[in-house]
Every structure is written in C-alpha cells, then in structure tokens.
Design a binder for this molecule. Structure first.
Ligand code: DX5
Ligand code: ZN
Length: 226
C-alpha cells in the first residue's frame, strides 16, 4: 500500500456540459487532485462522450493534471492529439491494444504518464510481463461506458492482487479505481491498496460537490476493515 495520501479525480463525464467552465472551476478550487477525462468512441464502449475539441476547451481552464481515460479502439491513432490537447496521463484499455508494450512506450515518448485500464472481466495477472512499463493501472469497477453504475465488489481482491504483482516485480504503480466510487466504499478501497479514486456522479450530483470532494479526500483507510 502506498504511504502517500490518496488522490481524488472527479470525472468530468458527470459534470453539467452546459456549465462546463463553472464545474471545472469548482474542481480547480476544491481539494481534488486531477481531472478525470473520459473519451469514448461508441465502438469499444456502447456510448459516446466527447472528443478532443471539448477536452481542449477543458484544458484551457483546468489548473490540475488531466488524467485521460481512452475508451476507444486502436488508441495509438490518438495519442499525440491527446497529448497536444492537454493530457498529462494517458490511460488505454488492455482490451483495446494488440501491442500494449509499444503503445505504452509511445505514451511515454510523448512525455505523458502511461496508464492501462482493465475491464472487470480482465484478470490482473495479464499485466505480469508489462507491469514494469506502467505508471498507473485503472481497475474498472463497473463496465466502462456510463456513469452512475453499481460498484463491482470483486474489485477489492483485484487491488490486492495488483499490489502483490507490482511488489513481486519490484515496481510501483498507482492503482486507480473507476466506477461506482463514493463515501460508502472509499475507505475499503484505500485500505485494500488503492491510490487514486475516480468519482463522477457521486461528486457532481452532490448538493455540495466541493464538500463531497473534501470528504473523499479526508477518508482515513486505517479506520476501515478490509
Ligand atoms: C465509466 C467512466 C467513469 C465514470 C465514472 O465508463 O470511465 O470514469 O465517469 O462514473 P461514476 O463515478 O458515476 O461511476
Ligand atoms: Zn473513466
């Protein structure tokens, strides 16, 4: 488990797209650490969110790192444009990359941190031969494509398996959890070894999103049972 304080990454997918600048400023002025940016193509996932022009508009106002989650097939085609539009971390899906090792190298070549996302059905063990090349692993705790879905409980054991795999290979990765995260499971996720919590609907549908971010940031894993 990481000894550093955990990070909170509000997912802009759940923001009010007609008041995007307002919601970005809310995140800027909150205790959030990153912006989580969900890009979907309607092919890899059964939904389309927004693309690079919107991401670029977000980047103009965002004062925190942009953590970009590419839910698209053949993401290699879009790595450079992603970087050029403000990405600091680029996460691709294991299931969408035929040559994952090459894709990770290309992301790093651009000067970004390289992330790999795993769908709920994809075992952590498949990362064994590439774990040393990864900066962040995003464990999907819902099937990607939509906000507001129910958290999949199996995620806790995947976090522990992933941490063990990283330690076995003498490397460190940030473990990010994406989907169905809120105050009811944040402590248990952190106690299991998560470093970054993505939260979309839990933050943006809250009466006071700034305070909700603060509450997520203040969660103390040591008082939770695993
Ligand atoms: C789902 C996206 C998530 C989503 C999370 O495909 O990758 O980032 O925004 O939304 P919540 O927190 O509402 O489950
Ligand atoms: Zn995401």
């Amino acid at each position: 488990m990481s000894t550093q304080q955990h990070l909170i990454a509000p997912s802009v997918l759940a923001a009010d797209f007609a008041n995007l600048q307002r919601d970005i400023e809310m995140v800027n002025n909150s205790e959030a650490d990153w912006f989580h940016i969900d890009i979907m193509d309607g092919v890899f996932v059964p939904n389309i969110s927004f693309g690079f022009p919107v991401m670029s508009a977000i980047a103009k106002h965002a004062k925190k790192p942009m953590d970009v989650h590419l839910m698209i097939v053949d993401p290699d085609r879009y790595l450079k444009i992603c970087k050029d539009n403000g990405a600091d971390i680029i996460t691709v899906h294991y299931e969408a990359c035929t040559h994952l090792h090459r894709t990770l190298a290309a992301i790093k070549e651009l000067g970004c941190k390289a992330g790999v996302a795993l769908n709920p059905h994809t075992p952590v063990s498949l990362l064994k031969d590439v774990i040393q090349d990864i900066d962040l692993v995003c464990l999907m705790s819902v099937n990607p494509g939509f906000g507001g879905q129910k958290f999949i409980e199996r995620t806790y054991s995947k976090i522990k398996e992933l941490r063990a795999l990283a330690i076995e290979n003498g490397t460190d990765v940030l473990i990010e959890i994406d989907g169905g995260v809120g105050l009811s499971n944040a402590g248990k996720l952190l106690a299991a070894g998560a470093d970054v919590l993505v939260a979309g609907s839990f933050v943006f549908t809250a009466e006071n999103p700034t305070q909700t971010i603060q509450e997520l940031k203040a969660v103390d894993p040591s008082v939770q049972s695993v």
